[in-house]
Design a protein around this ligand. Structure first.
Ligand code: GCU
Length: 423
């Protein structure tokens, strides 16, 4: 309790510094401080990891535990899907190109009920298909102009320009993110798309009374403990539950599920891939701070800034590292290494300095020794590639021109990368 009170006061003290800190945001490479990165294959008590066995039995569990207790937070218990309700399915979606299926997963505990809506588009074939599983930001109806998509009734952050008013979406919100979701290209390439609104699992606000967190509270508890899950870990948990469902779906090859996410949902995809080794491939699109970018570089968004702007994303223990990155026992290349030997793609955008493209590249590079130890290629580039020149080993990377976004260009690379591993 004492420790918690201390952290609470500390967070207030540090929150007060944010403005000054913001003014100091590093966007110039020459301002990056000198830092010592923990080596991913050096044991915390000293000595080198030299075998696959030592990686999986010793080093990997220790790294995973540190990310769990110090960064994203522990899931406090187990909860299975209580009910699956299929709302509709059609073999004539997208002008006859695809199958569509819409269903809800229900979770129940402690007198709470949560409904998670799943939208699937699948190629029409008798074989089980590989899929991309990706959260969307404002509801399933935003990914396509298909009028059959059910409108979400969940809380959504206001955005009047796409008809989101009083935290509810409207008909006007349909297809509002379709540029990010080239559903036809995905299906024509032989992949399914499975998408879910992330706010179904936990609304993205600093409020722990809603979403999945209260399902696990002990009596009188209103907030996760200092080492327990923030929202990113809750969203990652949700992805694993969707995968539980996919394991039962006859149309999906659940051994070939690529988990993909953009930005905060890229951080989430990485944590899902780290905590759940059933995900066959992981894609981080511009995940930045708390995702693929190295924290110790302090370039763009820093630990202090993210903890202040989004106090609900990480566990409270992560506050200890505000303006104190060198004390982190891990850095984000070690998160990427937890995904080895599975294929991992990290992507940046030239105009997305906030997410530190170079820090994302270096993270992929410094995760590579683990891939190599496990007999895979890792990232096939020592230096950062030119803009729009993807490199693809078992780790892939590109920096594309343009701003922070998930674009057709990005998807084309992810499909090419998936073709190497999931076909
Ligand atoms: C903010 C935040 C980032 C995050 C992004 C997003 O910019 O600072 O960490 O990735 O939102 O999710 O769009």
């Amino acid at each position: 309790m004492k420790g918690f009170a201390f952290l609470f006061l500390l967070s207030f003290f540090l929150a007060g510094q944010t403005k000054a800190q913001r003014e100091k945001v590093i966007t110039d490479e020459s301002k990056v401080p000198e830092y010592n990165l923990p080596d991913v294959l050096t044991r915390f008590r000293g000595g080198k990891v030299k075998t696959e066995k030592a990686w999986f039995k010793k080093q990997r569990p220790e790294i995973l535990k540190l990310f769990t207790t110090e960064v994203y937070g522990q899931v406090p218990g187990q909860l299975d899907i209580a009910e699956v309700k299929v709302w509709e399915s059609s073999d004539e979606a997208l002008n006859g190109l695809a199958r569509r299926k819409q269903l809800s997963l229900f979770f129940r505990n402690n007198g709470h009920n949560l409904e998670v809506n799943v939208l699937m588009y699948l190629p029409k074939t008798t074989e089980k298909v590989p899929v991309f599983l990706a959260y969307n930001f404002t509801g399933n109806h935003a990914v396509s102009n298909d009028p059959a998509i059910r409108l979400t009734e969940s809380w959504v952050a206001n955005n009047p320009s796409v008809g989101i008013i009083n935290n509810q979406i409207t008909e006007q919100s349909r297809a509002s993110s379709e540029d990010r979701w080239p559903v036809e290209e995905i299906v024509k390439s032989g992949y399914g798309l499975v998408t879910v609104y992330y706010g179904d699992v936990d609304p993205d606000k600093n409020d722990f009374s809603d979403g999945i967190h209260p399902f696990f509270y002990q009596e009188n508890q209103t907030h996760p403990r200092y080492n327990e899950w923030g929202s990113i870990a809750a969203w990652a948990w949700g992805l694993s539950r969707v995968l539980d469902y996919l394991e039962t779906d006859q149309m999906v090859d659940s051994k070939k599920v690529a988990v993909l996410g953009h930005s905060r949902l890229g951080k989430t995809a990485l944590w899902a891939g780290a905590t759940d080794q059933r995900f066959a491939m992981v894609v981080s699109n511009e995940s930045g701070c708390g995702g693929a970018a190295l924290s110790r570089r302090e370039f763009g968004e820093t630990v202090q800034i993210i903890n202040t702007s989004f106090p609900h994303w990480f566990c409270d223990n992560f506050l200890k590292y505000n303006d104190n990155e060198e004390e982190l026992p891990v850095d984000q290349h070690m998160l990427l290494a937890l995904i080895a030997p599975r294929p991992l793609y990290v992507a940046s955008a030239e105009g997305d300095k906030w997410a530190d493209p170079r820090g994302e590249f270096l993270s992929a590079k410094y995760a590579s020794p683990v891939y190599e130890l496990l007999g895979k290629e890792g990232l096939p580039a020592k230096e950062m590639p030119e803009v729009n020149q993807p490199v693809m080993g078992t780790i892939g990377y590109h920096i594309r021109s343009g701003k922070h976004d998930l674009t057709l260009y990005d998807w084309i690379q992810y499909i090419r990368f998936a073709d190497k591993f999931l076909k």
